[in-house]
Design a protein around this ligand. Sequence first.
Ligand code: UT7
Length: 330
Amino acid sequence: MGKITAAITAVGGYVPDYILTNAELEKMVDTTDEWITTRTGIKERRILKGDLATSDMGAEAVKELCKKRGISPEEIECLIVATVTPDMPFPSTANILCDKIGAKNAWSFDLGAACSGFLYALSTGASFIESGKHKKVVVVGADKMSAIMNYKDRATCIIFGDGAGAVLLEPNEEGFGLVDSVLKSDGSGRNFLYQLAGGSLMPASHETVDSGKHYVFQEGKTVFKFAVTNMAEVSAEIMERNKLKSEDIAWLVPHQANLRIISATSERMGLPDEKVMINIQKYGNTTAGTLPLCLWDYEKKLKKGDNIVLAAFGGGFTWGAAYVKWAYNS
Ligand code: UT7
């Protein structure tokens, strides 16, 4: 019997209907379409309206994935949700999502690694397949960033959006799936990108609400410097470890935080623009949602055997890269 790898065998995604454009943001904060476009590459982002939460977006993504693969949610054995915007502190969004889709036989949990959450969860989910423990693991990256956004802070509200993506992992004995991953974290980065209140350090109070401490804070310039360096560095590392040359790589799947960070990474890897998945212009930064939403958007272009590198950098700091051999033609 060959070595068991965790192959991605289906992809699902969901973005809300409501489109928040740069023109609309111009009316809300002191900004311009020109500034947002040239500094970030973002033109619009999706916003989840009404009485809905992260689990609702994740549920739609997983339902689509099950339909595509022709399986029932009851066949899912384990489901992981990467998110920084859980429906509530507990129970986990994964538990709620499983209930909503009828995944009655899955054990499930949330994983928090901000914008690197999907990469962390992919690696975690893959290990249950590689060990032989499970045959169907679902990994979801989902965030309702609008829930923690201050729409008076032009430094953050122009960047983030809502969305969810999901992948199904199944065992493979031909070498398809997750081949390698490099994951890193450095908690000293917590001072530059965070949501201060609402946890055990600073429980919710009138004061925390009045002073806006439940919103995302980002020191953009500092995060930018770390992101540019580390995302490129870790992507080069995964290429080196796996003896991959630029011509061996079919696609880079980068976290969608800023077009300039994506370009720095693809340049370091020696990849032309046409090998880089980009959807930041229409969804903005959906945190844990960016990587699976890229796979969802580009699924039809992916071919069996394609070498793809996923890379992310985010709050924590957390960052990493993964090398995946694509397992199917759509
Ligand atoms: O996904 C998790 C990881 N996050 C990231 O990777 C994000 C990393 N950071 C970034 O992408 C960029 O730093 C931002 C897009 C957030 C900001 O771009 P920047 O080029 O670093 O701008 P800046 O923060 O240095 O601000 C430049 C100027 C400032 O004005 P002064 O001080 O030069 O007069 C800001 O006040 O732009 C001003 N500014 C804006 N102007 C118009 C900041 N936000 C805006 C805005 N519209 N929305």
